[in-house]
Structures are given as structure tokens and as C-alpha cells.
Design a protein. Structure first.
Length: 492
């Protein structure tokens, strides 16, 4: 259903869309300027628009609903655990379900206050705060939320979240990905829905593609090794190539964001929940390889999200099922866990994921993902990170077993997070959006902080030249040959 605007607001949106064209957002013309992160010729490197879908269908493997994300399944791929499946409450994305509508009619007239143009995160480009100032409250709130969706094609819930709630990003998990052409089609459909909804910004289309146990690509694509195996080489050059491979395969499908690399410095490989998802136990090695992989991913115009700040290498509790607690102090964090983060920040990290871990010596009350002491006090102020901060999934057991998810999301944004990830359950996703909106209206989240976060998100989408342009079919043979060549050169 189309939104209804007042004449004045309609002029504002028209002005916004005109400016958006300058950014390359939602452009329908093929002559878009190549963004600064995009490698020349990338868009047609691994696509064939007329290629038929000849790859095999993914083998249907039943998920073990009690398996944690860190445990390999029988085909060595992590299968995403939906906590609602475990209780027999998995959301049914019924096309007949009623669609909730964004309540733009309730917006305060003063809610589009223009953010300060000297905000550091907006750089010197005055067009960013201008665009933010012309967005509606619902559009701004939507940018603060990334959601997971059901099925292998967009259902009514996915459509509603994009059309009515203007969510800024979507994450796909293994359950959403079957074949190569199906995945490309899914992402293109999401882009089309966003474009037809007249949303002011294109979507983050994200995935967890780490290699090893966390492998998200369809079965037709050759699997990548784990970060642990990359770490064993000790070779930053190979880590850069590894990141380049990840970015190449994701960009070919139409993804523009990857939750990798993992920067956790593991203490005990046998007891660590992260295990071989980490490069290793030497913070200097993790730093060198993490920077290299991050740059490799970014070189293919895919946004790397480094994780899991403030450090997950000490714990044995999986945040999917409970709240991890690490009783380590600031000295150890600075000298071990934060060494990789200092290096990636110095090398231009775009996004940091903050995870659900309680550090009683820093904050006795709230996990890092909800803690202003950790996000603002440590990550932003102490380490100097001014990019986008996203939380780990708010539907994990660490949060849902201890807090109300919607209020946890509000506290996360108040703590300094720009985006909250809500991976499962449409009702909870909508509840989070409503809670964030109410928090802005009652002043619990300041308009200044809201605009600052939206400005960071807009800047990032602009820098990577995100658009709603569809991707072509994936050249599976060429992609697999490239992966095989790099791996054989390294390991044979």
C-alpha cells in the first residue's frame, strides 16, 4: 500500500529522491559512477545474464534445533538455529496474515530536525544531513533495524518489513539459500520490493560467510576453508586473497555486506566456543590477518563487518543459548582482545558488531551489546571508532532469556549502537521497531543521536554505492575455478 504524504512532505521526499540520485541510490540508469570501493569491471566479472540454472539443488538436510552455532553439522556447515523452532514456535510467514502498517501519521512535526552539519561521522559532505533531515521518522527508525526473513523467496512478512517499516537491511541464513539462481532471484526480489516501496535508501543485503563451519553459499559453490586454517598459514597475503574470494562470490550473488572477519583471540582452542572460526591465539597474528581479510572483502565492494567486539575468545558459553560472562579487566582487553580492533580501526574498518557478553569489570548490569560503557565509552571514545556499530542478533538466548527484546534494542541504541539485528520472529521485529519509535517520541532516544546514526548508515551506503539494481546470474564455473586456483596455490 502506498504511503500518503502531505504536500509539503511530498516535496521533501521528491527533493530527497533527487539528492539520492546523486548518491547512486535506487538508480535505474546503467551509467552510475563506480563507487570508491568498487573494483573496475567488477559488476560483470562473475555474471552471465543468459546463463541457465544448471547447478544441482541443495541437498535437503534436516536441522538439529538444539545444535549451537559453533557446532559443525554432518556436512561441516553451520545450520542456523532459530530459537523459536526449539520451542515449536517458529514463525509462519503466512501470505494471508495481516500486514502491519507504519504509522507515519503520528510523527511529530519537529522530528525531522536537521542534524548538526559538523558531525564527524558525516564528514564534510553537507548533502548527508540534508537527506537525513528530509526522511520521515518511520524511515529513520527503519534504517536502525536489520532483520532476518523466512523462506526461500520473499513472503508477506518480508514485504511488510520493507514496505511498511522501511527496514534498512536483510540478513539471509542457510535456511534461505538453496540454489545459485534461487539466491540471486531472492536478493533481486528484495531489491525490487524496496525500490517499488519508494524507500529513500537501498538495502543492506547481508550474510555470515566466514568459510569453514560458517559457510552460506549454495552447494554448487566450492567451499572455503575456516579462518583457523587461514591462520595456520600465518600469511597476510593469503588472508587478503581469502577475503577477496569471499567478496567476489558474495558480490556475484548481489550481497553487499558480510559478517566477517572474526577478530576473536582465542585463549583455549579446546574450550572456546569460537574455535577454528578464529585466526588463532596470537593477537598480533589475528590483527595482521584480520586487516588483510577485511581489505580483501572490501576490495570487491562488499562491506566487511568485523566481530565480535569486545572479544569472544575467552568464553565457553554460546550466546545463542545463554549469556556469556568474561571476568577480565581492562588491561587484558587492551593488550589482547582489542589489539585486532585497534588495527582494523586504524585501517578504515566500516562496521563493528558488538556481541552479547557480560564484562562485570566494565559494566555489571548489561552485556556489551546494550552497554553505553562498552559501546560509547570503550569502542567509540577509547578506540576511536566512528563507523557503524551493529549488535549481534537480539533474539539469541543471551538476550531473550534475560531481557525484553524490544527494550534491549532501545538500550542498545542508547548505548551507541546504530543498527540492531533482529534475526527471527516477525512479531518481535515489529515490536522492536515500535519500541524504537516510541523511545524517540518520548525523548528516551534523542533526535540528535537518531540523526547521527542514520547519517552514519547513509554515508556507508553511499560509500559502497549500494543500489537496487538487480544482479545477473552467477558464472559458477568461473567462480569455482578462481576459488580452486587460490586454494591450490596455497595448500598444494
Amino acid at each position: 500500500m502506498k504511503k500518503t504524504y502531505s504536500p509539503l512532505l511530498g516535496l521533501s521526499i521528491a527533493f530527497l529522491l533527487a539528492l539520492s540520485g546523486c548518491f547512486g541510490f535506487n538508480s535505474s540508469t546503467p551509467e552510475d559512477t563506480t563507487p570508491s570501493h568498487q573494483t573496475e569491471g567488477q559488476s560483470d566479472q562473475l555474471t552471465e545474464n543468459n546463463q541457465s540454472d544448471h547447478e544441482e539443488e541443495r541437498d535437503q538436510v534436516s536441522e538439529n534445533p538444539t545444535k549451537s552455532q559453533s557446532e559443525p553439522d554432518k556436512d561441516n556447515k553451520v545450520k542456523d538455529q532459530d530459537p523459536h523452532e526449539k520451542n515449536g514456535q517458529n514463525e509462519v510467514d503466512d501470505e494471508k496474515s495481516s500486514e502491519h502498517k507504519g504509522d507515519s501519521s503520528e510523527e511529530d512535526q519537529d522530528n525531522n530536525d536537521e542534524p548538526s552539519q559538523n558531525n564527524n561521522q558525516n564528514g564534510s559532505d553537507p548533502s548527508i544531513p540534508v537527506i537525513v533531515s528530509h526522511m520521515t521518522l518511520d524511515e529513520k527508525i527503519g534504517q536502525l533495524v536489520m532483520v532476518g526473513v523466512n523462506g526461500t523467496q520473499p513472503g508477506s512478512h518480508a514485504k511488510s518489513l520493507i514496505r511498511d517499516y522501511h527496514v534498512g537491511g536483510i540478513i539471509l541464513y542457510g535456511k534461505n539459500i538453496e540454489t545459485t539462481n534461487q539466491t540471486v532471484k531472492y536478493l533481486n526480489q528484495l531489491k525490487s520490493i524496496n525500490a517499488k516501496a519508494d524507500n529513500p535508501l537501498p538495502l543492506f543485503l547481508s550474510v555470515d560467510q566466514e568459510g569453514g563451519r560458517v559457510e552460506r553459499m549454495p552447494d554448487a559453490i566450492k567451499e572455503l576453508p575456516s579462518q583457523g586454517k587461514v591462520g595456520n598459514t600465518g600469511d597476510p597475503g593469503f588472508a587478503r586473497q581469502f577475503g577477496n574470494l569471499i567478496g567476489t562470490e558474495l558480490s556475484a550473488f548481489g550481497f553487499n555486506m558480510d559478517f566477517a572477519p572474526v577478530l576473536d583471540v582465542i585463549r583455549d582452542p579446546e574450550s572456546s566456543v569460537i574455535g577454528d572460526r578464529s585466526f588463532g591465539s596470537d593477537p598480533q597474528l589475528v590483527s595482521k590477518l584480520g586487516v588483510a581479510e577485511m581489505k580483501g572483502i572490501s576490495s570487491r565492494n562488499v562491506i566487511p563487518v568485523v566481530k565480535h567486539f569486545p572479544g569472544y575468545g575467552e568464553v565457553s558459553t554460546n550466546a545463542h543459548t545463554g549469556l556469556p560472562v568474561a571476568r577480565i579487566g581492562l588491561d587484558k582487553l587492551q593488550n589482547v582482545d582489542w589489539v585486532p580492533y585497534k588495527q582494523v580501526i586504524a585501517n578504515g574498518a566500516d562496521v563493528v558488531m558488538v556481541t552479547h557478553i557480560l564484562l562485570p569489570k566494565l559494566d555489571t548490569d548489561y552485556p556489551a551489546s546494550m552497554s553505553k560503557k562498552v559501546i560509547t565509552g570503550m569502542l567509540r571514545d577509547k578506540l576511536g571508532f566512528d563507523g557503524v556499530v551493529i549488535t549481534d542478533d537480539m533474539t539469541m538466548g543471551a538476550i531473550k532469556e534475560n531481557y525484553e527484546i524490544d527494550q534491549a534494542a532501545v538500550r542498545a541504541v542508547n548505548g551507541g549502537a546504530d543498527i540492531v539485528l533482529v534475526a527471527f520472529n516477525y512479531e518481535q521485529q515489529v515490536s522492536v521497531i515500535h519500541a524504537l519509535k516510541q523511545a524517540v517520541k518520548n525523548g528516551k532516544i534523542s533526535k540528535k543521536e537518531l540523526n547521527r546514526s542514520v547519517g552514519r548508515i547513509l554515508r556507508l551506503k553511499r560509500e559502497y554505492g549500494l543500489s537496487d539494481q538487480p544482479a545477473g546470474n552467477v558464472n559458477v564455473n568461473q567462480l569455482n575455478q578462481q576459488i580452486q586456483t587460490v586454494l591450490e596455490n596455497q595448500f598444494s
